[in-house]
Design a protein around this ligand. Structure first.
Ligand SMILES: [Zn+2]
Length: 121
């Protein structure tokens, strides 16, 4: 790595896509407008189920099935979001109504789990 090389890389590597606007409907969905023009609507229940934190992901077995929670993590009421905040410039964190907030949703992860348009679940 020479000084000339680093001079060429003055700007950070651009992410494939970053949100330009986010709209949180606290009992419904999170809508993200991406820098590449795409708009994605994430139902909150989908986002909560896909929480990337170790605690939630750790409850899945090797086939990707979610095991029944053993402890008091069961929450049968409607999942709502109390709020969301940016984490650095690469992710968002969502505070859930079941008092869970340790999931960091990176933008690239959000692009991976975006619901397929036109396919209702
Ligand atoms: Zn989690």
């Amino acid at each position: 790595m020479t000084a000339a090389d680093s001079g060429f890389n003055a700007s950070p590597v651009p992410d494939p896509a970053a949100p330009v606007a986010m709209k949180l409907k606290k009992s419904e969905s999170l809508t993200i407008h991406w820098s590449d023009g795409r708009e994605t609507v994430y139902p909150l229940r989908h986002l909560r189920r896909m929480c990337p934190c170790a605690g939630c992901q750790g409850e899945r077995d090797l086939l990707g099935r979610t095991l029944l929670p053993v402890i008091s993590t069961t929450y049968d009421g409607p999942i709502t979001a109390l709020g969301a905040e940016l984490v650095g410039n690469y992710a968002i964190r969502i505070m859930w109504s079941d008092s869970h907030s340790s999931g960091i949703y990176s933008f690239s992860y959000l692009r991976q789990i975006e619901p397929l348009p036109g396919k209702s679940t």
